[in-house]
Design a protein around this ligand. Structure first.
Ligand SMILES: *Cc1c(COP(=O)(O)O)cnc(C)c1O
Length: 406
């Protein structure tokens, strides 16, 4: 299918962000990295920053580094993330812990802010850690868990949420972009709907942050969390972030009352009094080393512009669908993501019974998508590090391995 290969070349030539690919460290054995939505590639800048951090910041400043810079890193980095990728004003975003831990903190804090209401709403299609934590917190607090069953190969709709709301609901937990189908939830509409029923919404932005604009302030979002090692290229296990709307902060109390969230951590006083503002959502010593690569990616996202990143993301997923239709559909592969790019996030899910067996063979050949049970092949397309030619090579490799070819 050389016409598609030519199209890929044309799309790369016309891509205004193509020049930024050289900012990323390449890997020689990789033909197509289609998993940058699970673990983003490192930047050359991060290699230098990590090395100089060890020798200059940590090695030379030692404990003085805390006073000089590190204490403010969680809020400074949070503010930058808010400006570049969240559509949020300063003072509402904190980098800390893992997404799982932050989900626990904000589930507990949000539920406690709606006393007398005893229902927590979630959906059966959400990422496992979100579902497990919602179940655990509901059990711990003696609350009812109400589970939305979204349509297969889609995500939670406005109507789904409307059907789950009533005056007993305290909080709704949802993902902005479905980790399987990539469907984008109606963040603003669903938030407004929940508010009209008196409930709060906690949004998980793990699969949308860094790949599309998100207007948290404009949508009057209450609470949000997300990963930084996916489209924010923070590196394996880099810390997560949380967002709490300014108006809510001092009314919320989070359950992991560690010294770093206290009003004056170095007073070493007898009792816990929470800091005012976003710092009260911190618990322990912040992960400074873990934030270094994230800062480099935030700088690159700012340089590229989040709207331009979304435009390339749409072009990539459109081309993935086009290649899938031409090269894979004849062998029984089905598209399990929306065809309408307006409601599709940064990845494309394909389904076929052979994918479980094919994935290790693809990995051995340097083609690296993700397998998602029971039969999904997830094509993740990190816009700044992925080329159209790479995507075409990856889909072609899948096509070559499908049974029934000939
Ligand atoms: C990736 C992801 C997580 C990961 O949570 P960790 O605590 O970092 O392991 C959580 N929620 C969603 C929706 C994700 O996509």
């Amino acid at each position: 299918m050389s016409s598609l290969r030519d199209r890929a070349r044309e799309l790369d030539a016309a891509d205004p962000l193509a020049a930024l690919r050289v900012e990323f460290i390449g890997s020689e054995d990789v033909v197509a990295y289609l998993d940058g939505n699970s673990l983003g590639r490192p930047l050359h800048a991060s290699k230098q920053r990590l090395a100089s951090f060890v020798s200059e910041a940590w090695g030379a400043r030692l404990i003085r580094g805390w006073d000089e810079r590190w204490m403010d890193a969680p809020t400074e980095t949070g503010d930058r993330l808010a400006r570049v990728a969240l559509g949020a004003a300063r003072g509402q975003t904190l980098v800390a812990d893992s997404t799982s831990v932050l989900l626990y903190k904000l589930l507990r804090a949000g539920l406690a802010a709606r006393p007398g209401r005893e229902v927590l709403v979630m959906d059966s299609g959400n990422f496992p850690t979100d579902r497990f934590l919602a179940g655990a917190v509901a059990a711990e607090r003696g609350l009812e868990l109400r589970v939305i069953e979204p349509a297969p190969r889609a995500g939670v709709s406005v109507a789904d949420v409307a059907g789950a709301l009533d005056e007993r609901v305290a909080l709704v937990l949802l993902s902005h972009v479905d980790f399987r189908s990539a469907q984008i939830a109606e963040l603003a509409q669903i938030t407004a709907l929940a508010h009209s029923a008196g409930a709060l919404v906690l949004w998980d932005l793990s699969h949308s942050v860094g790949v599309m604009p998100i207007g948290l302030d404009a949508a009057c979002v209450d609470l949000a969390v997300g990963c930084t090692y996916k489209y924010l290229n923070g590196g394996p296990g880099s810390p997560a972030f949380l967002y709490v709307a300014a108006a809510l902060q001092d009314r919320l109390q989070q359950p992991i009352a560690g010294w770093m969230g206290a009003a004056d951590p170095f007073e070493m006083g007898p009792g816990y009094a929470p800091a005012s503002g976003i710092r009260r959502f911190a618990s322990g010593t912040p992960p400074i080393v873990g934030m270094l690569a994230l800062r480099d990616m935030l700088a690159l996202i700012e340089r590229a512009g989040i709207d331009q990143i979304r435009a390339k993301s749409v072009a990539l997923t459109e081309f993935a669908v086009e290649c899938g239709d031409a090269l894979l559909q004849p062998f029984g592969v089905e598209l399990a993501s929306p065809r309408d790019a307006a409601v599709r996030g940064g990845h494309v899910m394909l389904e076929h019974d052979a994918f479980r067996e094919l994935t290790p063979i693809l990995w051995a050949r340097g083609v690296i998508p993700d397998f998602r049970p029971p039969r999904g092949l997830r094509i993740g397309l990190s816009p700044l590090s992925t080329s159209f030619a790479e995507l075409h090579a990856g889909i072609s490799a899948v096509a070559e391995l499908l049974p029934g070819r000939g």
